[in-house]
Design a protein around this ligand. Structure first.
Ligand SMILES: [Zn+2]
Length: 197
């Protein structure tokens, strides 16, 4: 990660949490990240109360794009770059991950995406705890089995990556790509504040 084009500046501000004057370090950093383009990361830390927060804003406006890949066992190593603004869907398995305020961009492969879905289902089961209904539990176990079948190459399914800022990619010659319509873009979550240029 050391070949990124990085620019950083820090200023002091008043803390919105504890109200101390000039105790808040505001760091603005622009990064150029492979696949994702220019990103502005703002993080704040308060010396007095320890308040911390961070936010990222994409400075790139590429065309909104959708990638569709049929996953088979030869596609498990296909590279996937998911920006903070991307939504990943596996419609046949009923799985969808939408960007939230804490979303991170990452570069992984299809198998890595499947593992992330697996972890998300396991976390959801744990959150339900002892009070989990048999129906919810069985449903979750069915999904885990389906994900595992895809990982083992026993089940083929569709992976969809949609990014209103076009900073995501399924890097495979067999992946179909198309532009999103404005209506489709409106329905997507972006996970952070966007700047209209
Ligand atoms: Zn503070």
């Amino acid at each position: 990660m050391d070949n990124f084009d990085e620019k950083k500046d820090v200023m002091l501000s008043d803390c919105p949490v504890c109200g101390s004057k000039k105790s808040l370090h505001v760091t603005n950093k622009t990064d150029n990240i492979p696949y994702f383009g220019d990103i502005l990361e703002t993080s704040v830390t308060c010396d007095k109360c320890g308040y911390q927060s961070s936010d990222s804003i994409s400075l790139e406006h590429n065309e909104p794009k959708r990638y569709i890949l049929k996953i088979s066992d030869e596609k498990l190593n296909t590279r996937v770059a998911k920006s903070q603004t991307a939504t990943i869907t596996m419609p046949e398995l009923g799985l969808k991950v939408e960007p939230g305020p804490k979303s991170q961009g990452y570069v992984s492969n299809v198998e890595g995406i499947l593992s992330r879905f697996e972890q998300a289902v396991i976390r959801a089961i744990k959150l339900e705890g002892e009070g989990i209904s048999e129906e919810v539990q069985n449903n979750a176990l069915d999904i885990l089995e389906l994900i595992n079948n895809v990982k083992m190459g026993e089940l083929q399914t569709i992976l969809i990556l949609e990014d209103p800022f076009g900073n995501s990619v399924i890097d495979d010659e067999d992946a179909e790509s198309e532009l999103l319509t404005p209506e489709e873009v409106d329905k997507l979550q972006t996970g952070f504040t966007t700047i209209d240029q």
